[in-house]
Design a protein. Sequence first.
Length: 82
Amino acid sequence: MSKKPAAIAKSTKFEDALGELETLIETLEAGDQSLEESLVQFERGMMLSKFCQQSLTDAEKKVKILMDNKGSDNGELTDFEK
C-alpha cells in the first residue's frame, strides 16, 4: 500500500518548506528509493511547491498593498487578509 505524505501545517514557515523541498529534490535525484517511495516523495514535493508558491503570492500581495498605500496621508492601514 502506498503511504500518503503528511499535510503541510499552516504554521509552516516558507523557509522551512523550501528547505524540505530542496532536500526532497536531492533525494529524488539520487535515485536510491523504490518507485513507490519516489512517488510519495514526489507528491510531497508538489505539496511543498504549491505551499511555497502560495506563500510568495501572498507576500507579493502584501507588498503591493503597502506600495499602493505609501502615499496615503490618513495613516490608516489596510488589512492583508483576503
